[in-house]
Design a protein around this ligand. Structure first.
Ligand code: ADP
Ligand code: ASP
Ligand code: MG
Length: 814
């Protein structure tokens, strides 16, 4: 024999009820007990009507009309004219009874728990009648029985406790003589010894079904609902959640206690004792496997089975030196909570016994404060303990799994993941059984917290990366193009879901927490809101998305000044802008340390050699224990271009102009020609090699003339290049006569750095360096004579964008 329970949505429309009829028919051979909930929304409407009546709001009559409409619609779809009348008669009679109860409540303006239970029971009374009749007209041998005659409870009307001894006997006696193939029972409702109607708490139809299944030793308890099983997390919060194939009773109990609403927590208990399996199925997709709940958890490979959360939590903390070592404090505290009927969701106490921290429902916070402060009035007066501290708007998130205890590192991974995403943890609880680790966090962080935990514990999940890009010039536009083009590839091959959530140029900015549509970003940004560095950061904070990355593709010092704030917000920083890493050593170090202490990446590969993997290679050498003795490099694509094109047939002035026009120099060519740009690059390489060094420490052997240096505008500078043309001709002549090439070289030798123009002889690796290429030679402990060489295009939008992209992917793989 099977017990099947159909929830509110499953019975919420004629289409779904027809599904139920098919499910019942498919199983016709076996005896079936069908437990049903009220039609979707009806329980809430009944409670709303009761509230309205209790405050004399006549709108309760229109709520009754709404309830009537729901039923009439289903009835007219399900029944022919002939069969309809009997059903309508029953429904109208029940709604008339309901109206008179509500009228009298309105008259006395008081809603007792007893009346509330009576009112709310109407939902299941009506739905069970309609469904039993629908089965009958479909030629199924079905009968309806009022569960109030089977389940006996105490008089805790709206959340009644079951008397199992009597209930089991009543159920067994009834079914002994009941011959119908199918019996329909209203879920949720029960009665007290005095005959009053009681109910089993919100979501209680699951419990009704479990009580009946247990009393009758059913073969299986099937919970039919609107999702295909118990999911690894609430599917409304975590889009990537998936149904769990099999789970143990205890795991299911933990998950449901911590918010997995798909099953009402008390449900497991009656069937657990008899080891009756529970199968959670989707009424709308009966072909889906669903979740099987049995005694043991079979899948030992994945120790974490699910992640759940409860909202509306308040933490209350009782604290004071007067508590230490004195027995009885906890007893008084918990007695007070019990007397006030305040349910405890989580408890933590440090071994110092200095404070006890308890999680309760937000709605009980004020009551708890008054009651507990009154219990400890004397101790508070004597300053032995502090008045109760209250912190509202919190949530509990929990990871659950029977096999977590035999796997090390799970809590580390849980807290590490939350920490990396800037989710502050207010309290932690872990039972000694280690089936559940829970943490209290701010309600605003729940979505981010659960999703990042889900990504880290369920391996096939896509990791979502949320980019906030500032600076959308040539390089920015290329990066966006590359991201758009690679999106599917990354999703399918690396399980990385890259989204650009914020975009800003110097004038406007746009945001979309679902990810900006990249096919039209140029049009969108024109319609964006005015840009500001502070409001960009504020938006990043407000959106509060997991795995957030700030990407700086500007050359702006003010943007660089923002990095520390991003890192402190646990937002990774990827910078193309080299101002921050070449600023003072103190500033550079501060950012590196923030990155370490907040465990969030700060990457700037493109600061040196555009897309060439120079910094990454250097980092790999250093972290693997190598030591850098010498670096020799040509690091300026622009200077290389200029000296490669400067011949006896060309004028230096024209070549510089051409380089600028072709976009190889900075807008102000003095930054390149003065050597400052190269000095910054060797500075960064020196720092990444572990040397404490500043820009002033770098020897800059300039090839420019005094005149050139004196020019205080770009135009003046060009003029001075023209005037001093002979000086440059001399440089070239000398190189040619020595059979050398002119290259602007950066060097780091034994901790000392210098930059300057050099004559490079034939045969030297720099001699044939073409176009805008860069080259770096690392001489290290492991590469003493033959250096490690990295060479390739060191400038250009495409390669720079791909260097940024590589940093971003590195973060995703982190
Ligand atoms: P019913 O009306 O059938 O009893 P409920 O609304 O009580 O259904 O429970 C099903 C709902 O539980 C789902 O639609 C889903 O929104 C929610 N839910 C929360 N957590 C989970 C979870 N871990 N797995 C499945 N569903 C969950
Ligand atoms: N109808 C009740 C409720 O909505 C019981 C249930 O559906 O399980 O809470
Ligand atoms: Mg339910």
């Amino acid at each position: 024999m099977k017990v099947l329970k159909f929830g509110g949505t499953s019975v919420g429309s004629s289409k779904n009820i027809n599904k139920i009829i098919e499910i019942v028919k498919a199983n016709e051979e076996e005896k079936q007990i069908i437990v049903v909930s009220a039609f979707a929304k009806v329980t809430n409407l009944l409670l709303e009507a009761a509230q309205l009546a209790s405050i004399k709001k006549t709108a309760y009559t229109s709520v009754i009309e709404d309830i009537k409409t729901i039923h009439n619609q289903i009835i007219s779809d399900l029944f022919t004219e002939k069969d309809k009348n009997e059903v309508l008669k029953f429904v109208n009679q029940k709604l008339a009874d309901l109206k008179s109860i509500l009228d009298s409540i309105s008259l006395i303006s008081e809603l007792s728990a007893k009346s509330e239970a009576n009112i709310v029971s109407h939902g299941e009374l009506l739905s069970s009648f309609v469904i039993a009749k629908a089965l009958q007209v479909n030629h199924i041998d079905a009968e309806r029985k009022d569960t109030r005659e089977l389940i006996l409870t105490n008089t805790n009307y709206t959340n009644a406790s079951v008397n199992f001894e009597v209930s089991n006997r009543q159920i067994q006696d009834y079914f002994k003589s009941n011959k119908a193939k199918v019996t329909v029972l209203p879920g949720f409702i029960s009665s007290a010894e005095n005959g009053d109607t009681t109910v089993l708490g919100r979501g209680g139809s699951d419990y009704t079904a479990a009580i009946v299944a247990s009393a009758l030793d059913a073969d299986v308890l099937e919970i039919w609902t609107d999702v295909s099983g118990m999911f690894t997390a609430n599917p409304n919060v975590v889009p990537q959640a998936m149904p769990i194939e099999q789970i143990s009773y205890e795991e299911a109990m933990e998950l449901s206690h911590f918010g997995a609403k798909v099953i009402y927590p008390p449900t497991i208990h009656p069937v657990l004792k008899k080891e009756i399996p529970i199968l959670i199925k989707n009424t709308l997709k009966p072909e889906d496997a669903g979740t099987l709940i049995t005694k043991t958890s079979k899948d030992k490979k994945n120790p974490v089975k699910g992640i759940s959360h409860i909202d509306d939590v308040t933490l209350i903390t009782l604290e004071g030196s007067g508590m230490v070592g004195i027995p009885g404090f906890s007893k008084r505290l918990f007695e007070t909570l019990a007397t006030e009927k305040i349910n405890v969701k989580l408890i933590t106490q440090a071994s110092s016994e200095h404070s006890i921290c308890i999680g309760i429902d937000d709605s009980n916070a004020n009551l708890a404060k008054i009651a507990i402060d009154s219990t400890f009035e004397f101790e508070i007066l004597k300053n032995k303990i502090k008045p109760l501290q209250i912190e509202k708007n919190l949530s509990i998130i929990a990871i659950v799994g029977d096999h977590m205890k035999s796997h090390q590192g799970i809590s580390g991974k849980m807290f590490g993941t939350l920490g990396k995403n800037n989710v502050n943890i207010r309290a932690i609880a872990q039972g000694a059984s280690e089936k559940n680790i829970s943490a209290v966090i701010a309600a605003k962080d729940v979505k981010k917290g659960i999703n990042s935990l889900h990504e880290s514990f369920f391996k096939n999940n896509n990791k979502q990366l949320n980019l906030f890009i500032t600076g959308v010039g040539n390089v920015g536009a290329k990066l966006i193009e590359q991201i758009e083009q690679q999106h599917e590839f990354l999703l399918n091959n690396l399980n990385i879901n890259i989204r650009i959530v914020g975009l800003s140029n110097s004038r406007q900015m746009i945001f979309d927490d679902e990810g900006i549509d990249l096919s039209s970003w140029k049009e969108q940004i024109k319609k964006g809101v005015p840009a500001s560095l502070d409001s960009f950061l504020e938006q990043v904070k407000a959106l509060n998305l997991r795995n957030s990355v700030f990407v700086d593709i500007t050359a702006n010092a003010k943007v660089a000044d923002m990095y520390a704030k991003y890192l402190k917000n646990s937002t990774a920083v990827v910078a193309c802008n080299k101002i921050a890493s070449s600023a003072t050593y103190k500033k550079y170090k501060e950012l590196k340390e923030l990155s370490r202490s907040y465990d969030v990446p700060y990457l700037f590969e493109t600061n040196v050699g555009a897309g060439l993997p120079i910094i990454d290679t250097l980092n790999n050498l250093i972290t693997s224990g190598d030591q850098v003795h010498k670096i020799q490099a040509v690091l300026s694509g622009s200077l290389n271009f200029i000296f490669n094109n400067f011949t006896t047939e060309t004028e230096f002035y024209d070549v510089v102009k051409q380089a600028q026009l072709e976009g190889y120099t900075e807008p102000d060519p003095r930054i390149d020609l003065s050597g400052v740009d190269v000095a910054r690059k060797i500075l960064i390489l020196a720092r990444e090699s572990g040397i404490k060094i500043n820009l002033e420490d770098i020897e800059n052997d300039s090839f420019l003339t005094e005149n050139n240096h004196k020019a205080d505008s770009v135009d003046d500078f060009y003029n001075s290049l023209k005037t001093d043309a002979d000086h440059f001709k001399e440089l070239l002549k000398s190189a040619n006569s020595n059979n050398c090439q002119l290259k602007y070289v950066a060097e780091l030798i034994n901790g000392k750095a210098k930059v300057g123009l050099k004559e490079i002889p034939v045969g030297h690796p720099f001699y044939n360096l073409e176009g805008k290429d860069n080259i770096v030679m690392f001489y290290t402990k492991r590469y003493p004579e033959q250096p490690m060489i990295i060479k390739g295009a060191g400038a250009g939008a495409d390669v720079t964008a791909s260097g940024l992209f590589a940093d971003i992917i590195k973060i995703a793989n982190n």
